[in-house]
Design a protein around this ligand. Sequence first.
Ligand code: ADP
Ligand code: ZN
Length: 828
Amino acid sequence: MADRKTFFVDVLLPLPLPGRFTYRVPQEMENEIAVGKRVVVPFGKNKIYAGLVVSIHENAPASYIVKYISGIIDERPIVNALQLQFWLWMSNYYMCSEGEVMLSALPSAFRLSSETKIILNPDFDGDISVLNENEILIAQALYNKPELEIAEVQKITGLQKTFSLIKNLREKNVILVQEEVNERYKPKTETHVRLTETYRNEENLKTLFDTLERKAVKQLKLLMAFLHYSRQQKTDALKRADLLKLADSSAAHLQALVKKEVFEIFEQTTSRLQTYAQTHEVEQIQLSDVQAEALQKIHNSFAEKSVTLLHGVTSSGKTELYIKLIEEQIKNGKQVLYLLPEIALTAQIINRLRKYFGDKVGVYHSKYSDSERVEIWNAILPDENKKGPKYQIILGARSALFLPFENLGLIIIDEEHETTFKQFDPAPRYNARDSAIYLAQQHHAKVLLGSATPSIESYFNATTGKYGFVELLTRYNNMQLPEVMVADLKEETRRKTMSSHFSSLLMKYIEEALANKEQIILFQNRRGFSVRLECEICNFMPECKNCDVTLTYHKHINQLKCHYCGYSIHIPEKCPKCGNPSLKMKGFGTEKIEDELSIFFPNARIARMDLDTTRSKNAYHDLISDFEEKKIDILVGTQMVTKGLDFDNVSVVGILNADNMITFPDFRSYERSFQLMSQVSGRAGRKNKRGTVIIQTFNPYYQVIRDVIDHNYTGMVTSQLPDRQVFKYPPYYRLIELTVKHKDPDLLNEAASELGKMLRKHFDKRVLGPEFPLISRIQNQYLKTFLIKLERNSDIGGMKKILHATLLEFSQIPKYKAVRVVIDVDPQ
Ligand code: ADP
Ligand code: ZN
């Protein structure tokens, strides 16, 4: 026994605690232990968790007694070394714990703990207007505390039975439920039928035919059907249910044949993932000359730089270039990750890729169930004798970054300017575009960023030589970009030519399009009906009691509602402040537009696409396919209608109110308005004729509107860059935002100013704040924010370390123990 080695493992626990935890490996597990496997470990007084092994070593911790791991869950590692390195990078860069990264990275079926616990769904969009009171309480609690146990849920809601509440929250994608330890992910199995050994022999089969023909015609029919379909499908087993249906036979007949030992029944694991064969012969894409030239430039650029920006106008054929690039990677046996904003992951793009790559394409996004995620995860793992599809191309939303890739050759980030690539809550608050660049580096892979309206940051990187840069500035087939016109609302109001919210110019084009049986998209940057209620006498507006915002009117429930916490009230009959009965609706949203349109165009088929109409799983796809099939004439929508869709019959796009996005107080609002307006314009006139875009505004002379009219992307950038430099914003500076939260405003003020002092000691003038943000109270928590601006070329890593230490010091001040500080690196 003399010099036996003792092994220890460092594990990550699925908890937002900093650091790794060391455990001892019992001798009998030494051969089985491996980095990337999950192990069962005791934690705290009597808790058990599934931790993930991140390293194995022989260094006994000096300061405490190490507990033993109590079991190994996985036969094979579920996470590879590159992923662990990626998580570590992410936790350093975005200043969160590795445990938090792991929580976002692993499908929740992989995360186990001793009691059922619930956590916030990383894909929850924060829209709590669909939740009831108890559901909001839980969502709220989960913002403050990363996970809750059943007992806590009971305490918070006062409910004894909480399962239906938890089920509903889960269905609404607000929470994830963590499974129990040892209840592993269970593959789905299906019953199959095949011939027994005896009857796989032709002779025996013949004899059987004769017997059955005389005595059991129905059984014979079933047997014949089996032979027919199994030959047709080139398989030796059929699914029991399929066979009975195809043979139009009963279970009793099948049973009889099983008894006679003609058939045997067995269970086979099937994949939940559908398989898609390449539907027909792949048509070769014939690139146009400009497209071919752009492809060549991308190749040249990849020879020198790892990241390349493709600035290609809408409908220029960026997708065709992506397909060519993917093809090359596949030939070389490499994996490809194709990232899109969640909402752009439509059947359109998926079908387009499947047409070329068949079942090599896997899809991964938040509408997928946890079991589906686990299967996709497994379908990428390099696994010898695996059933089901083996994906080489993953099309996914931001969380697809975390899949267990082994040899990525290329990452495509389409619509790279989209802000939804950034995860807002909870930590890690990562930007998938930026993180993808690190991921690609790990694999020595290339990154292609694509957009018709690149982010200023990426454009800056591309034009200053950090990234390669390729432009594709003409539409495919030399289609013209749409003609953009402005409807001057001030002028039209003066002349009384407005029809409610529609200018005469827009009305004229809608009428024309309808007459020509062409389609129309109307974009309104807000949801709800009339945005708010206001007293005509004293200008009082009903506000939320928990948050610092005015309430929004929702017609279908006839209530005023808070979009931040879900608080709602009935419409007051008179002004609560001055008693006057003349309360008036102010502003307008998609629901109201839809209503009014039906009055002006009673014969048009009108539909609305916004968060309210697309809650159910298929609603979004259904709306899009109805629109594609021309079952809808006018589609009214929010941001959702701007996302990369390719319709061929849209002749008019109307932007109903450009002003509210342009004047939004944010340093990016100019850039964002340009992107939104250009993207929605891009939906006009795609295939056979030049489209028309009408922008309604009270101020036609905004420079950004001029830039949209002229399709002047570079004009937009060159007008913005000097401001960014002068006011110290990206791309010249990196931002870190800190949000300090507490329910007592006085304590918050005191804590924030103390933190301010501590921060200034190190960062001096780079610190702005504390300030009340635009919305200074949410769910009864008061907020104050700091903005730290770091010079682009300074030692950002070093400064983050100092910041980390400062925040640690602050959190140890007893008075401020309950004050939370949320860190957002590179806020959007
Ligand atoms: P983008 O992604 O840049 O908006 P798309 O790739 O969607 O542009 O192309 C716009 C339309 O033009 C699509 O319907 C696409 O099928 C078609 N298209 C583009 N390039 C080609 C090509 N080389 N051959 C055939 N069709 C093309
Ligand atoms: Zn509220």
